[in-house]
Design a protein around this ligand. Structure first.
Ligand code: GLN
Length: 399
């Protein structure tokens, strides 16, 4: 990579792109990259088509279309109880990935530290490199009871130590990709207290906010005491509406924090596809309808995939939210007779063997500052048609 800037070389190809390419090449069942193999509701697609015909197709304003910002501001107030001014507190971005980039690039000076919970969504680390900022990792560690992973718990010692360094920000994701964990009220309260104590900004990536199952409840850290003015809340329409390719996301926060994100957004993309913003506003108007349609499928898929994996003796964390199951690959690696090549991580070796047998999964060591913490795990996506899950399970059963 002679032309690639040194700070980006380690992040030049994402594991998602690699596994999806291999899945297509090998005709594998893709339980890797987290995107649905079905489309979002047709009424939202119709709204986009109508917007192309009836509305402007020229640049939207830099912070986003007023109708979409107003809808998001009202939604934020509903969810957090906090006032929100659509003019100064919302910035529409190219998916949550740009929201992450805009938040970090808008906030950080070179050399700043940012605490991140690991495993993390892969772009966190790449964006920190873009911003010439340094990650300070805080582990989520499996808690095992009777042979089952009952939690992926925040390492409180690491959290306290990271926050005592007074980083510029703490960046984390709840509901959490890749583990499917939904952060508990106690964990969020502790993070919030430490943010206030050490004057740290929270960057809260909540893209799976509506995708929670059973009794689990998603809480925005912005709603906790002292956090309203020190939180950037990030999300998108991609997961909630099964429209991951639309890339409409946002940053919401105090005027001062959103000014920082807008300053970066101005240089990154400046503004987002106008007709899709109109359609996103329409989607959010009927958000509950879309969620009511999607959640039963996801919850059923989660149970189906988890049961199938357990039948194969795979130890896993039963997720409370998201698209993903985080599992130990040991039982699969044993069946496959995997021996990692020299220098190859066991999770990567397992996923390469799986793709040879027609199943794409994600090796998660790329989501760690300390890869050894994830070397025994793989991530499987269940945001798929039921037939796809069954095909994946049938292939796993043949191993
Ligand atoms: N969010 C998706 C996942 O976790 C990937 C998005 C991407 O490829 N950038 O699988």
């Amino acid at each position: 990579m002679p032309h690639t800037a040194a700070r980006l070389r380690p992040f030049a190809t994402s594991i998602f792109a690699t596994m999806s390419r291999l899945a297509v090449e090998r005709g594998a069942v893709n339980l890797g990259q987290g995107f649905p193999d079905f489309d979002g509701p047709s009424w939202i697609k119709d709204a986009a088509k109508a917007a192309i015909d009836q509305h402007s197709n020229q640049y939207a304003p830099l912070p986003g279309l007023p109708v979409l910002r107003q809808r998001l501001a009202a939604r934020y107030t509903r969810d957090t109880g906090l006032p929100c001014d659509a003019d100064t507190q919302v910035c529409i971005t190219c998916g949550c990935t740009e929201a992450i980039a805009a938040a970090l690039l808008g906030l950080c000076n070179p050399g700043d530290e940012v605490a991140i919970v690991e495993p993390f969504f892969d772009s966190y680390r790449g964006c920190l490199a873009l911003a010439s900022a340094t990650p300070v990792p805080i582990a989520l560690r499996p808690v095992v009871h009777n042979g089952r992973i009952i939690d992926m718990a925040l390492d409180e010692g690491e959290l306290r130590a990271a926050m005592a360094r007074k980083p510029r920000a703490i960046l984390f994701n709840t509901p959490h990709n890749p583990t499917g964990k939904v952060f508990t009220p106690a964990e969020l309260a502790l993070i919030a207290r430490l943010c206030v104590e050490h004057d740290v900004i929270a960057i809260s990536d909540e893209v799976y906010e509506r995708l929670v199952f059973g009794g689990a409840r998603h809480i925005s850290i912005a709603s906790l005491p002292g956090m309203a003015d020190r939180t950037m809340t990030l999300s998108s329409i991609g997961k909630t509406f099964s429209l991951t390719g639309w890339k409409v996301g946002w940053v919401i926060g105090s005027p001062s924090l959103v000014t920082a994100a807008r300053a970066a957004h101005q240089q990154l993309t400046f503004s987002i596809a106008t007709p899709l913003q109109h359609a996103a506003a329409e989607a959010l108007r009927r958000e509950d309808d879309a969620v009511a349609e999607l959640l039963p499928l996801l919850a059923e898929n989660r149970d189906r995939l988890a049961e199938g994996l357990r039948r194969l003796d795979v130890e896993l964390f039963m997720p409370d939210g998201t698209y993903f199951i985080y599992a130990r690959h040991e039982a699969l690696s044993r069946r496959l007779g995997v021996t990692p090549a020299p220098g190859q991580s066991p999770d990567v070796a397992c996923c390469m063997a799986l793709i040879d047998r027609g199943i794409a999964a994600i090796p998660p060591t790329a989501f760690y500052v300390r890869p050894e913490l994830g070397a025994s795990m793989i991530r499987l996506a269940f945001c798929k048609r039921r037939e796809t899950i069954d095909q994946g399970l049938a292939k796993l059963a043949q191993l």
